[in-house]
Ligand binder design. Structure first.
Ligand code: ADP
Ligand code: MG
Length: 289
């Protein structure tokens, strides 16, 4: 679990003045699950990820990861945390061009003080790259390179994966493959992803945090009971909120209505529920991007 309390990040600059990138934000994240951080450019998404990952210093507030206060870490603890707890994935892959795929992944382990062949092979297999170990990054497609980056993050067995717009440079089919893979990983790990894509968030996210000007606009959680179908149950026609129905779904319900006209109409629950924190409730999901 990660608890973030009143987290603030101010970039100080003599030339351009101070910039408040995160402004007293608080939230809690579970041990596993797929968390989407969305928001306009400049809203503080990358800053939030780099603070969660111990890549940058916190101006004020607290980040508590499984009881450990990240903001109180000394340099050694911070390096250890980054290397053992966190796996990073970036938009532009950050692979080393002169190393093969196998060597790129092994390199991550050596930084950690280990270099076991089995671990590298498992990471390659887990990302469907078993046959690609001897290739070089320039011989791979964008989606394959991103899978290498995921393998490199996984090989260290992190409990938290942080991904900053990992599909920003990929086409929609490859994007779906990468998100499917991250979704699978999120069954055992916490995966926090920054995304610009609202429909990806709606489709994949267990939780969505929307940032705006360094503040949380909304923090919502998937409603597991939600059913997107328009449907007739006994004498009640149930309409899910804010959904577009498929042709097939509509035809089916039209047929049922003709056979037994409904007596009542009910608006069903929504796809996402707001998360309550500290007495406040974030608003219901409304696409604002
Ligand atoms: P996002 O990832 O949502 O686009 P960022 O976290 O990168 O947003 O940036 C949030 C704000 O902080 C922006 O106004 C940006 O200009 C500023 N910022 C980000 N990094 C720095 C930095 N190293 N120095 C000064 N300002 C920065
Ligand atoms: Mg960013």
């Amino acid at each position: 679990m990660i608890e973030v309390k009143e987290l603030t990040k101010i970039y100080k600059s003599r030339k351009s003045g101070n910039c408040t990138a995160l402004d007293h934000i608080s939230f809690t994240l579970p041990d596993k699950g797929f968390i989407f951080v969305i928001g306009k450019s400049g809203s503080g998404k990358t800053t939030l990820l780099s603070l969660l990952g111990g890549l940058d210093t916190i101006t004020s507030g607290e980040i508590i990861e499984n009881g450990r206060h990240i903001e109180k870490f000394g340099l050694n603890e911070q390096v250890y945390y980054r290397n053992s707890t966190i796996g990073f994935i970036f938009q532009d892959f950050h692979l080393i061009d002169d190393l093969t795929i196998y060597e790129n992944i092994k390199f991550a382990l050596e930084l950690q003080g280990e270099g076991e062949e089995e671990k590298v092979k498992k990471a390659l297999a887990d990302t469907d790259l078993a046959d690609y170990g001897n290739r070089y990054p320039k011989e791979l497609s964008g989606g394959q390179k991103q899978r290498v980056a995921i393998a490199r993050a996984l090989v260290k067995r992190p409990s938290i994966i942080l991904a900053d717009e990992p599909t920003g440079n990929l086409d929609s089919k490859t994007t779906a493959q990468i998100l499917d893979l991250l979704k699978e990983l999120s069954k055992e790990k916490l995966v926090v992803i920054v995304s610009h894509n609202l429909s990806d968030a709606q489709h994949y996210a267990d939780e969505i945090i929307e940032l705006s000007d360094g503040k949380i606009l909304q923090h919502i959680k998937r409603n597991e009971r939600f059913d997107a179908r328009l449907r007739l149950e006994k004498d009640t026609l149930i309409i899910p909120s804010g959904e577009a129905f498929s042709e097939e779904n509509l035809r089916q319900v039209e047929k049922e209505i003709a056979e037994r006209p409904p007596k009542k109409l009910r608006q069903d629950e929504e796809r996402f529920d707001p998360i309550e924190i500290r007495g406040g409730v974030y608003s219901k999901f409304r696409p604002s991007l």
